[in-house]
Design a protein around this ligand. Structure first.
Ligand code: SF4
Length: 276
């Protein structure tokens, strides 16, 4: 059985920074809270909980004068204000690429642009980014473009892990819809490279495995990308998923992981496949 593992598999820069930073902080403080799951990967979450990290859903669950971690997805401006009021020390691991989006949204809104953020409205990064201006419209579908109102000038930015192909479709529909429009393609390079490599591998192999957290947006996007090209594609969380037995019927297997999947999870999968 031939196995091809994507070179762009494993943690992206922002996730690696947030995880290693949190590990250092939990060593220092022994017990520490983090606002939301650090990454959308249950394996990583469990490991961090065992080390002493508690994940909370709302800042109201953090005590005054405590220390609180902000994950790579970032949070809205309001969270910083609430933390200040409660004297909570924030350790901020918002990915610098997400911070750039926050600054650009703020700046565009201050200049009078109608801001359109292309992304999944329930995704934490999008929820956080929306909180940097009062006029942000979230859009994740090309069909919704025609329902938008008329605006004098429009500024468009995109979730870092959004599908590149889907973004291009929405971009071209918006360009036709508005005369005065400015685009910032803020899809992270790491996401783009991963999706491109995923496509290439899916074209070459008989069977494609996407491995990562079930709730991970970028992992789901990879699965969509792979499925479009290769119907024999599956998405799994780890090597214990029975779906991998399907591989026995095929000669070549491709593997690509999401940005929040540890490298050892991919290695475990490869070992298991080699023993099938
Ligand atoms: S995918 Fe890109 S933007 Fe998101 S955390 Fe990773 S490096 Fe940062």
């Amino acid at each position: 059985m031939k196995i091809i593992v994507g070179k762009n598999s494993g943690f992206c820069f922002g996730v690696r920074r947030a995880i290693s930073g949190t590990e250092e902080q939990v060593e220092k403080y022994k017990k520490i809270k983090c606002l939301g799951h650090l990454v959308h990967n249950e394996i990583v979450t469990k490991e961090l909980e065992e080390k002493g990290v508690t994940f909370i859903n709302d800042i109201s669950e953090a005590e005054s004068n405590s220390v609180l971690i902000i994950r790579a997805h970032g949070v809205s401006e309001n969270i910083y204000k609430q933390a200040k009021m409660k004297n909570i020390k924030l350790i901020d691991y918002t990915c610098p690429k997400v911070c750039q989006i926050h600054n650009k949204i703020k700046d565009a809104a201050d200049k009078g642009y109608q801001v359109i953020l292309i992304g999944k409205k329930e995704h934490p990064e999008v929820i956080g980014s929306k909180g940097y201006a009062s006029n942000v419209i979230i859009l994740d579908n090309v069909e919704d473009v025609e329902n938008l109102k008329d605006y004098e000038k429009v500024f468009v930015i995109v979730q870092t892990t959004f599908s590149y192909d889907k973004y291009k479709l929405i971009e071209s529909a918006l360009a036709k819809r508005y005369k005065n429009i400015e685009f910032v393609n803020s899809i992270c390079e790491s996401t783009k490279l991963r999706q491109e490599e995923c496509k290439k591998i899916a074209e070459q192999v008989d069977f494609m495995i996407i491995i990562g957290g079930i709730k991970s947006s970028n992992t789901q996007k990879l699965y969509e990308v792979a499925r479009k090209i290769n119907k024999n594609s599956i998405m799994i969380q780890d090597e214990n998923d029975e779906k991998i037995n399907e591989c026995k019927k095929h000669n070549s297997i491709g593997i690509m992981s999401g940005a929040s999947t540890p490298n050892y999870v991919v290695s475990n999968l490869v070992k298991k496949l080699e023993n099938l």
